[in-house]
Each structure stands twice: as C-alpha cells, then as structure tokens.
Design a protein around this ligand. Structure first.
Ligand SMILES: C[S@@+](CC[C@H](N)C(=O)[O-])C[C@H]1O[C@@H](n2cnc3c(N)ncnc32)[C@H](O)[C@@H]1O
Length: 427
C-alpha cells in the first residue's frame, strides 16, 4: 500500500493586500509575477495545485489596481482553479468563472467558499459500505478490484454539483487518490499513466481509505479555517465552453484570464483521476477531451479555413510547411483547431465585455519544433481586429517549459520562452 502524504496544518502566510502599491506605475507593470511559485500557499493555492494556475497575489493586485466600483463584474472564461474569481471575491466584486473541466470548478468552489463558515466534514460512518461495485469503473486504471468499491462509495455519496461542504470532501477525495497514485505521474505533470499490469495496481483497505480521506478533510478544514476573514463578493461558477459563454452582451467590466497555450497540454488527461472520481472515463468518452481548447484530439468538424489575422496565418503556414513528419497533416490541423477555439473565445469575450472594459490576458509563447508560436502577438492582433486597443504588454521569462522536459523537442534550436501579460481596452 502506498503511503499517503501526511496532512499538515501549516498556517498560510496571508499576503498583505498588495493593491495598487504593488504596481510600479513608472514602468507601467506589476512588480509581482503572474507565475505561481511552486510552494505558494497564498489564496489557498496549495489545497490543490492546478496546472498553469496564476499567482493569487499577482491576480489580486491587478484586480485591486483597477479600482472598480462596487457591483462591477469580473470574468474569467478559462477559470481553472479559480484564482481570478477568488481575487475578485476578496476585492468585494462580483465574479464569474467559467471552465469546461468540472474538476476545475470543484476546486474553484472550495477556494471561494472557504471563508464563509466553519466547514462540516463528511464522516466515513455516514457512508454505507458495500453499495458500489468495481465493475466497469474508470478507477480500474490505477486501483485493484478490491479497493474500488469503497472509493466509489465516497464519490457516489457526494452530490455531483457540490455545495460548500461537498467541495471540501471532493477535494479531499481528489487529494487522497492523487497521493495514492503518484507513481503514475511522470516528468510531464500533465500526463498521467495507467497501470500496465495488475502488479502496478494500488491496493488499499476500506478502513485505510476512510482514514486517509478524513485526514485530508481535516487538513483542508484547517487551512480554510486558519485563513483570516476578508471582504467577500458574490461568485458564480459554471461548467461551460468559452466559445459560447452563458452571459449577456456587455455585462462584464474586467476580464482576467489565461487560456490554454499551444503546448499540447490536455487538461482532461491531466485530471484523468479526478474525472474518474466524477464518473467520467476519458478513455471511453472523448467528449470532454475533445471540447477542451488545446486538445490533442482532432474533432470531426475541424475547420479548414476561417478569418484570422496575418500572424496566425503565418504560424499555420510555417507549421504546414515544416519538414518534420505529419506537420502538413495532424499538426497543421491541431494548430488550426486551437486557433479557432482561441478566436471564438476572443469573440465571446468581446461580446460580453462592456465598452471601455479591460482585458488582461496571460499567454505563453512556445515553439512548434523550431517554429516560434508568438501567441501574445497573435492575441494582440486578433483583439485589435475585434475593436480592442493595446494598453500594455509585459513579458516575463519562463524557466521551465514542457519543451524543456521533452527530450525529443530539445533537439530544435529555440530561444528563451516568455509569458506575457497583455492588457487591452475595449473601444
Ligand atoms: C491555463 S488554465 C487556467 C488556470 C487559471 N488561471 C488558474 O489560476 O487556475 C486554462 C483552463 O482553461 C480550461 N479550458 C480549456 N478549454 C476550455 C473551453 N473550451 N472552455 C472553457 N474552459 C476551457 C481548462 O480546463 C483550464 O482549466
């Protein structure tokens, strides 16, 4: 049986409100970085470290710097673990977070709900045993048949659309299963392996699993309860697609967001284990994987031609004409599909933002082989084509990228990769 990470109740050093002071106005940029430090605990980032999450202090300083009036609405259409919605909530603003991945929304719900009241925990005693079977369960990719029923008892016991307490129990379940299956994580943090043989399957007794989840719940409750009370604004979270935002036109004052990059990160694969707990088997049901932006699956309706600016067109042409295998086929289709998702998302952000509203977009440039993917420039050009004007563009160097982890990709010559915070104002 694998050892479960001990739950600690380290007190999170709650940041001083950085506010406007953190903005170095002479250089027009924040002195904080959008990159979340790996050991970050501010904004409860450690309760479930989400891939490519923002730094909470940075997001909060950016929201505070706008000095928006009470009642203003902040949107993140690619909300992930909800750093934007948490930052806006703490500034007393209205926040809306949209993400297509239900796992992200459960984590975001726990973070924003965290200061409301002392959370009540789910006791293993209240969960009937022996109700669930292991048959056809997606958890069979990592757990043996004897272990699955108790894990499934827990998951089935929690309502699918969690209120505050269930988010806590769900995240505790996520953390427990993650800790038990950590051997299936490779050097690429977004690629989770499956057991190749029965010997690799994890085995855990029902009572050990119960204790582990209860410990994780206590850890989360401590982390939440220790965090000081701060100003709260209303938050709405929805599992929806950024290319069809369930929002009225011109209803948003500020958008702070970071879409998936063109780096072949599959957010469904990255959260396969959590999705399995929610009953979604991505190895059989491809609908979620295929709907996510940046997916490595090519949809049946992959577009051939649509309106795009000159930088995006150049990228497609460089990818298509690259000498390496499948560049003119699969990789061209994937890049085109990605750009269409990005542009549809931008169309939607443009539709829902009020005239004069601001958009902060955090994007990372990357490489296809040795072809630079100038994502920040593509976003600026496309936003300008949609009536936005550029206010600022702040680059931050990125030290560790997926390309640096991928041996095959290292053979191509590349220069430093940057992440850019692009700020635009809608006309
Ligand atoms: C870079 S992450 C955002 C991280 C976030 N800033 C945070 O602090 O946690 C991008 C998010 O976009 C979501 N996403 C991907 N495709 C989407 C789509 N079509 N509609 C909505 N969200 C999508 C992914 O699930 C992922 O959570």
């Amino acid at each position: 049986m694998k050892k479960i990470a001990t739950a600690t109740s380290q007190r999170a050093a709650q940041p001083e409100l950085p506010g406007v002071a953190a903005l170095d106005r002479s250089r027009g940029r924040s002195t904080l970085s959008p990159k979340r430090p790996s050991e970050d605990t501010s904004g409860l980032a450690d309760v479930f470290p989400y891939y490519a999450g923002f730094a909470y202090d940075w997001a909060r300083s950016l929201v505070a710097a706008q000095q928006l009036p009470a009642g203003a609405v902040v949107l993140d259409p690619w909300n992930g673990s909800g750093t934007t919605t948490l930052a806006a909530q703490h500034e007393g603003l209205n926040a809306i977070g949209i993400d297509r991945n239900p796992v992200a929304n459960i984590v975001a719900r726990l973070r924003i709900a965290s200061f409301e009241r002392h959370p009540s925990l789910t006791s293993s005693k209240g969960i009937p045993q022996g109700v669930s079977s292991a048959e056809g369960d997606p958890l069979a990719a990592w757990f043996d048949q004897k272990s699955i029923p108790r894990i499934r008892d827990w998951a089935n016991h929690l309502p699918f659309l969690p209120p505050v307490e269930s988010s806590l129990s769900y995240v505790a379940l996520f953390r427990t299963v993650r800790a038990l299956t950590e051997d299936f994580e490779g050097s690429n943090p977004t690629w989770v392996k499956r057991a190749k043989s029965e010997d690799e399957l994890v085995s855990i007794s029902a009572s050990d699993f119960d204790s582990a989840v209860e410990r994780e719940q206590e850890f989360l409750a401590c982390r939440i309860y220790e965090s000081p009370e701060v100003t709260r604004g209303p938050v709405q979270l929805a599992t929806a697609n950024s290319n069809a935002l369930p929002l009225p036109a011109e209803s948003i004052d500020l958008v702070l967001t970071s879409p998936p990059y063109l780096t072949r990160i599959d957010y469904a694969v990255a959260y396969t284990r959590e999705l399995a707990l929610l009953g979604v088997d991505i190895s059989k049901d491809r609908s979620l994987r295929s709907a996510l932006m940046g997916t490595t699956l090519i949809r049946g309706d992959a577009p051939i031609d649509f309106d795009m600016g000159s930088i995006a067109k150049l990228l497609i042409s460089d990818v298509s004409s690259h000498a390496s295998k499948a560049s003119g086929g699969y990789y061209r289709k994937q890049a085109v599909q990605y750009l269409r998702d990005l542009l549809q998302g931008l169309d939607e952000v443009t539709r829902v933002t009020k005239p004069g509203g601001l958009l902060h977009l955090v994007v990372q440039d990357s490489y296809y082989k040795d072809v630079p993917v100038r994502l920040a420039d593509i976003c600026i050009e496309e936003a300008v084509l949609r009536g936005w004007s550029l206010v600022d563009s702040d680059p931050y160097p990125v030290r560790r990228t997926l390309t640096s982890l991928n041996k095959a990709a290292r053979k191509y010559k590349k220069s430093e990769v940057v992440e850019t915070v692009v700020t635009l104002r809608k006309a």
